[in-house]
Design a protein. Structure first.
Length: 109
């Protein structure tokens, strides 16, 4: 029983040092979690639609610079929308290796 008493005392001390937050990780009743602890999806998770994006938006994709963004828009205007992400290899300067790096950042929906 003595160990239990020490454990409770230690938990109370830790709780006090943490500003009264529960040691067990539960949020006290009637309070909200801090903003940093809330789960929010990262903005980078949103994919860029290469069929509707302008040059500036395309440049926000990691690996697409000014020239490639311009080439994508020009190809799309000349040939119509991309049917698949793989169609981007038809754009001058985009090879399969680079497309593999872009694939998780783009969509054609």
């Amino acid at each position: 029983m003595k160990r239990f008493t020490y454990s409770v005392a230690a938990a109370a001390l830790v709780s006090t040092l943490l500003g009264g937050a529960p040691v067990w990780g539960q949020q006290p009743t009637g309070t909200t979690a801090p903003a940093a602890a809330k789960s929010t999806p990262p903005a980078a998770a949103a994919k860029v639609n290469v069929n509707t994006a302008d040059e500036a938006t395309l440049q926000s994709v990691k690996g697409v610079g000014e020239k490639k963004a311009k080439a994508i828009v020009e190809y799309r205007e000349k040939n119509g929308p991309f049917k698949t992400v793989d169609d981007l290899t038809k754009v001058k300067g985009i090879k399969a290796k680079q497309l593999a790096k872009l694939r998780d950042q783009i969509t054609v929906e």
